[in-house]
Ligand binder design. Structure first.
Ligand code: PGA
Length: 249
């Protein structure tokens, strides 16, 4: 099954307007000849300015979160429709930092993914175990539970990307071994196959995230069930992001 790889940059809460524009310009300038899909997810207040820089380039624009509702009295929140209106094609939902910092449950993440579909966005649904859960041998069960609770019944390979991001690997410079990454990605695909059918499971893109760097990307991106990366820290340096993307095939 051939799946087009996706390298996504999650800029998190970093940089001011000029930084975001410069980063987007540098990524776009260096992206010629990259053999996969590229996505950048700036802070929400920079979606407009980064979108202008990326206009006419093949790079996709995404957001880091959305509210489940279409509109209304939700101070400080942003709807999926607003993101689509600003030119976004993707939205990350259920990132572990939002699950931890904002108490987002699987049900809340599922509602956000449904909001993404409603607005015509592709949802990047994030799952991943903590270090304590992995040490207790629960990684597979935790991730299967998150998939079960966060992935809407309406999820398809066209409207959804799944990102496996072990919490203990995010921003730490540590990653699971290649064998462990392949094993859990294969487990995620089997879980999706059981809930959404084999066709969806074979087609859906599974990204690995958590300390993906130029130095480890080749090994991780070569794994059979890894279809790209969700990159945090290294996506803030255009050269590093592009060097990770150079491992796409
Ligand atoms: P990191 O972040 O690449 O800095 O580990 C990944 C993520 O949180 O998406």
């Amino acid at each position: 099954m051939s799946r087009t790889m996706l390298i996504a940059g999650n800029w998190k809460m970093n940089g001011l307007t000029a930084d975001g524009e410069a980063l987007a310009r540098a990524v776009a300038a260096g992206s010629t000849g990259v053999g996969c899909d590229l996505l950048v997810c700036p802070p929400s207040v920079q979606i407009g300015s980064v979108g202008q820089v990326l206009s006419g380039t093949p790079l996709a624009l995404g957001a880091q979160d959305c509210h489940a509702a279409e509109g209304g009295a939700h101070t400080g929140d942003i709807s999926a429709e607003m993101l689509a209106d600003m030119g976004c094609g993707f939205v990350i939902v259920g990132h572990s930092e939002r699950r931890a910092d904002h108490g987002e449950t699987d049900a809340a993440v599922q509602a956000k993914a449904l909001a993404a579909y409603r607005a015509g966005l592709i949802a990047v649904v994030c799952v991943g175990e903590t270090e304590a859960e992995r040490d207790a041998g629960q990684a597979d069960a935790v991730v299967a539970g998150q998939i079960g609770g966060s992935l809407p019944n309406d999820a398809t390979a066209a409207n959804t990307v799944i990102a496996y991001e072990p919490v203990w690997a995010i921003g730490t410079g540590r990653t699971p071994t290649a064998e462990d990454v392949q094993a859990i990605h294969s487990h995620i695909r089997a879980t999706v196959s059981a809930s959404h059918g084999a066709e969806m499971a074979n087609k859906v893109r599974l990204l690995y995230g958590g300390s993906v760097k130029p130095g480890n990307a080749a090994e991780l991106m070569a794994l059979a069930d890894v279809d790209g990366a969700l990159v945090g820290g290294a996506s803030l340096v255009a050269e590093d992001f592009l060097s990770i993307a150079a491992n796409c095939s």
